[in-house]
Design a protein around this ligand. Structure first.
Ligand code: NAD
Length: 480
């Protein structure tokens, strides 16, 4: 693709400018509390239309940033935003309806409901790997819930961030939605402010910084983080299907996907067959040699040289400690390129065993004892995703019940992300809270408890507590 992107990266915003816009959003956030479903739907519709209208520019910017293939941009940047927006526009009236609840013993004579109210001024910080999707999809939930938003996309894909800034400025007044470009200094300035909610997507390390900053104002957080996501393939699995699907899940965006399989346990009796199938898929999709892989338009680059060095560092460390390269294994750091690489025989002390890979390296580990690998998984931080490939129901149930993960696919991978009716999120180190559909809407809402009295039965418990009132109390205690 040989096009010139017209939106060049902007400069980081000054803290005073950030403060000014944040102040402007104060009154607007209060006004938006009374916004109707129709008004919110119109604001979401504008985003939907703009993303559609800028499809070609998004392709171009993503290609400029790290040669991301246009088909992947359609599938993993544009479509998720559109479907998040469509779902919200279809269901918003229902989501906004107060939820009636039954009275309890002490509140007989009242009617009660949960009122979903906007949190107020929200901050959304996104990572570079799906910068558009992970900034605009939470924005849909944020607008649906009736909030104002300040967006801080990643500085590592600057062409996309600049384009997103232009889209946002064209669509919304800054007191409703504003976007600030810049690196961690912009985030740091934003994190000083007493937002009502912060929705952060990124690494667990930065997630801790965000949560510590939020704690100063007791701001609620949704943290969509990462980590090492394991896959288990047992001896009953369809090996060909597993290889095709897992190579797709892993090498989309060249392994730079939070829910991509980080490493694979395959039953020892099936390992050879599985590796052969994986190699077949990789050769067909991306080519056999490094030259072919460098020239295919189907493979995104590692995002920048720093990360190419980091990923190649993990590879070199593993090789030096005795890991065996089954496929690939070379890199051209100056071209931000590391070959799609399959590894085995990785020693326990190799860094790749403990660090999130977030790149095109895939360790494949043979196992014979399921209990042992479940214990190994449980000894690590809870993953964002855990994938199971098996036809044996007791094995599937055993893995599901004995482990914990943000999400799981059985005989599939990564599609838990695109299922708009499921909560998407991690657990502890891989995240706190959920995104998507109703779950995203609720993340940006406060569930307010409302009790309206028709007949005040609690009066019977007001002091003084003697005679008849004590008897009622005794009776109530027995009934509780
Ligand atoms: P990152 O944590 O380095 O950066 C994310 C955002 O935080 C960026 O906008 C960045 O500018 C900002 N930031 C960086 N350092 C900061 C600091 N010290 N203080 C405040 N803000 C700071 O993550 P990344 O490299 O952009 O993305 C990769 C990580 O994100 C991986 O761990 C991946 O698993 C995770 N991820 C998670 C999801 C999910 O949905 N759970 C999705 C995509 C990526």
């Amino acid at each position: 693709m040989n096009t010139v992107v017209s939106y060049l990266p902007g400069a980081a915003a000054a803290p005073s400018e950030i403060q000014r816009v944040f102040e402007r959003q104060r009154e607007t956030a209060i006004r938006l509390r009374t916004s109707t479903a129709q008004e919110r739907i119109m604001r979401i519709q504008r985003l939907y239309d703009a993303v559609m209208a800028h499809r070609t520019q998004i392709h171009e910017a993503a290609y400029q940033d790290f040669k991301k293939p246009p088909a992947e941009v359609d599938l993993a940047e544009i479509m998720p935003v559109l479907s998040e927006a469509k779902q919200a526009m279809r269901k918003l009236k229902k989501w906004m309806k107060p939820q009636r609840v039954m009275p309890t013993q002490l509140t007989l004579g009242t009617s009660s409901w949960i009122q979903r109210e906007p949190k107020g001024r929200c901050l959304i910080i996104s990572p570079w790997n799906y910068n558009v999707n992970l900034c605009f999809s939470p924005l849909v939930s944020c607008i649906a819930a009736g909030n104002t938003a300040i967006l801080k996309p990643s500085e590592m894909t600057p062409h996309l961030s600049a384009l997103m800034g232009k889209i946002v400025r064209d669509l919304y007044p800054e007191d409703e939605v504003a976007l600030f470009e810049g690196d961690m200094s912009t985030s740091t300035a934003l994190l000083e402010l007493p937002f009502d909610h912060i929705f952060f997507t990124g690494s667990p390390a930065v997630g801790k910084i965000v949560m510590a900053a939020a704690a100063k104002h007791l701001t609620s957080v949704t943290l969509e983080l990462g980590g090492k996501s394991p896959t288990i393939i047992d001896e009953t699995a369809n090996i060909r299907e597993a290889a095709q699907t897992l190579m797709w899940g892993k090498y989309t965006n060249n392994g730079q996907t939070c829910i991509a399989p980080d490493y694979i346990y395959v039953h020892a009796s099936k390992k050879e067959e599985f590796v052969a199938e994986c190699i077949k898929v990789l050769e067909t999709c991306y080519g056999k040699t490094m030259q072919e892989q460098l020239s295919t338009p189907a493979l995104a680059r590692v995002v920048n040289q720093r990360h190419a060095k980091r990923v190649n560092g993990l590879l070199t460390d593993a090789k030096e400690r005795g890991a065996r390269v089954l496929f690939g294994g070379e890199a051209a750091e100056d071209q931000c390129f590391v070959q799609p690489t399959l590894l085995d025989n990785i020693p326990d002390d190799a860094r790749i065993q403990s660090e999130e890979i977030f790149g095109p390296l895939l360790p494949i580990i043979a196992y014979t004892n399921l209990d042992k690998i479940l214990a190994d998984i449980n000894a690590e931080a809870k993953p964002l995703a855990l994938y199971i490939w098996s036809k044996h129901e007791p094995t599937i149930q055993k893995i599901l019940k004995q482990t914990s993960a943000g999400g799981t696919c059985i005989n599939h991978c990564v599609v838990q992300y695109v299922h708009g009716n499921l909560p998407f999120g991690g657990v502890n180190n891989s995240g706190i809270g959920s995104a998507h559909g109703l779950h995203g809407f609720l993340s940006f809402s406060h569930e307010r408890a409302v009790v309206r009295t028709r007949f005040n039965s609690a009066k019977i418990l007001y002091p003084p507590h003697n005679g008849f009132k004590r008897k009622v109390l005794e009776l109530m205690l027995k009934m509780t």
